[in-house]
Design a protein around this ligand. Structure first.
Ligand code: FAD
Ligand code: NAD
Length: 493
């Protein structure tokens, strides 16, 4: 709710950017009207503050006076007013749970919600969460054992098709966090280890039986009495989107030019992290800018476009590559561009609603990308060409302003020469007079010519990504051309 929303963004007045907001929060102005006091807020009190001129909202038990923030909210005042005087937690989670509102709104904090005494009706036993036998059987579980030098934590996922992309492990400062994604759910092992371990660890996955082993090396060869103390949400199996985002610090190891304004950033994951970003998913980067935590999504790519798909490609899992356009007035990208090699930045676990199963058994894959909307297409192209045996054709139509803006043009042209299933077309919205290719922006006529099935009733998927108006118009044109909802995937936050 408190961010640059993709589908609800409204133009902000001049002087109302995120940076302007950060400046205001640092000005020492009393933004709550309570002169720095924190109060306990009852539901009745909260409900009274429900106008644009006096608007309080509760998020996760904390109440904020968002009146001064109204004009700075990229989603617009009306969006914010939907939660005026009420608990906005669900609304917030639905829209952008990754935004660090605690940091953004810390000067607007009014206080905590008063705890309501819950009067249990006499004779009523509190409701117990008893899982039915079948549900219980499907819930992952864990165990651990040790040798003289090793600690092995085993997670039994009870899922057949486990793979490295579904397992995220971090072990930092004696804290072990192992998350396993099972459908839309996530299972978590989260413990403060009994003793210190070495930095490197191994993760073994037995895909067929769904067993995940996390192998840690003891720092001292002593006998451990227990694995450790449980930390928050240890041994829980809940909806993935109900877990807070987890960040680890990654080191910037290189920064190379892709075009005049776009760079490829290579980050290394800590040795004690196991994380793979699946095709079609993004991560969040977090930086402290002028004392405020700012979070933005980015879609990892590969170091280059592979040209040979005879063997499934094995990408090194220790690095994350990000292709990022630096905007001259961009808050986050300017700060990113100022990072030096060797500096650290916080990177979240992957998220996104694209599923690889959408590509399985496809015959035609059409990719519509504009500007850095090309980024999700990189891993998707690689995955589809390498692993989808039914695939006959992949066509990329790539919209840019000028020739100089085209990302990885040489690599795309080489791939088109090398692999007869792949075709690329560039369309420029601000071409010079020497440009002989296609011109203009996304249009129905362009698409009707481009997205033609290779045979009647062929199984097709059309992926689209770029600036919001581009994506919205594209989806509408595709629907008008008769493509169904299932045949279209729009990448959004
Ligand atoms: P802001 O401070 O938000 O904007 C400042 C100014 O920069 C604007 O006034 C405008 O002039 C210009 N500007 C900013 N954003 C845009 C824009 N989108 N279009 C045109 N002008 C703009 N970006 C990448 O470069 N690579 C990625 O891999 C990538 N992946 C993304 C994945 C998702 C799911 C989403 C939702 C976005 C992704 N983005 C990606 C965009 C990224 O999250 C930021 O929005 C972008 O980097 C701008 O951030 P900023 O803070 O620098 O700009
Ligand atoms: P850009 O300004 O360079 O524009 C590239 C092309 O997009 C233009 O040549 C034009 O053909 C088209 N375009 C731009 N504005 C349009 C409009 N109003 N209507 C129709 N077509 C339009 O693009 P950029 O600066 O590289 O921005 C890329 C966008 O992609 C950003 O908004 C970014 O947030 C988004 N993005 C989203 C994801 C995701 O959601 N997963 C991933 C990466 C990038």
């Amino acid at each position: 709710m408190f961010v640059h929303l993709l589908f609800f963004q409204v133009p902000l007045k001049p002087g109302r950017s995120l940076m302007d907001w950060i400046r205001l929060t640092k000005s020492g102005k009393d933004l709550t009207g309570l002169k720095g006091r924190l109060i306990e807020v009852t539901e009745d009190e909260l409900a009274k503050h429900n106008t644009k001129e006096d608007c309080w909202i509760c998020i996760r038990g904390f109440v904020y006076n968002v009146t001064p923030y109204m004009e700075y909210h990229p989603g617009g005042e009306d969006e914010l007013m939907k939660a005026a005087g009420t608990d906005g937690t669900d609304l917030f989670d639905q829209v952008h749970r990754w935004v660090n509102y605690e940091s953004m709104l810390k000067e607007c904090l009014v206080g905590r919600m008063a705890v309501k005494p819950v009067a249990a009706p006499k004779g009523m036993v509190p409701e117990k969460k008893v899982l039915s036998a079948s549900v219980k059987d499907l819930t992952p579980s864990y165990d651990w054992f040790q040798t003289e030098s090793l600690i092995t934590v085993v997670i039994y996922t009870k899922q057949k098709d486990m793979n490295a992309e579904l397992v995220i492990v971090d072990c930092q400062d004696k804290r072990l966090r192992g998350e396993v994604v099972v459908g839309d759910q996530s299972y978590l092992v989260n413990v403060d280890l009994d003793n210190a371990v070495q930095e490197d660890m191994a993760v073994n996955i037995t895909e067929k039986v769904g067993k995940v082993e996390i192998i840690l090396k003891k720092k001292d060869n002593v006998h451990w009495e227990k694995l450790g103390q449980p930390l928050e949400s240890h041994n829980t199996f809940i909806k993935r989107t109900d877990r807070g985002l987890f960040y680890r610090k990654c080191k910037l190891v290189s920064k190379t030019e892709v075009t005049h304004d776009t760079k490829l950033f290579c980050l290394t994951l800590p040795k004690s992290t196991h994380l793979r970003v699946p095709a079609g998913q993004h991560v969040y980067l977090k930086q402290i800018i002028a004392g405020t935590e700012v979070v933005k999504p980015y879609t990892p790519v590969l170091p280059f476009l592979p040209l040979d798909f005879k063997e499934p490609s094995h990408h090194d899992g220790g690095h994350i590559y990000l292709m990022i356009k630096i905007y001259s007035h961009g808050l986050f990208t300017q700060a990113l561009d100022h990072l030096q090699i060797g500096d650290y930045i916080s990177v979240s676990s992957p998220e996104g609603n694209f599923k690889k199963s959408q590509v399985q058994s496809l015959e035609d894959l059409f990719l519509l990308a504009a500007g850095t909307g090309f980024t999700p297409m990189v891993k998707l192209l690689d995955f589809a060409l390498a692993q989808v045996s039914s695939l006959r054709r992949v066509k990329l139509i790539f919209f840019n302003k000028t020739e100089d803006d085209i990302l990885w043009r040489d690599q795309l042209e080489q791939l088109a020469l090398k692999d007869e299933r792949f075709e690329v077309q560039f369309v420029l919205s601000q071409p010079t007079k020497d440009w002989v290719g296609k011109e203009g922006k996304i249009s129905s006529s362009l698409l009707s010519e481009f997205v033609k099935r290779s045979r009647k009733d062929s199984k097709v998927l059309i992926c689209i990504c770029g600036p919001t108006p581009f994506t919205e118009q594209g989806v509408q044109y595709l629907k008008d051309l008769g493509y169904s909802q299932e045949e279209i995937h729009a990448f959004t936050a």
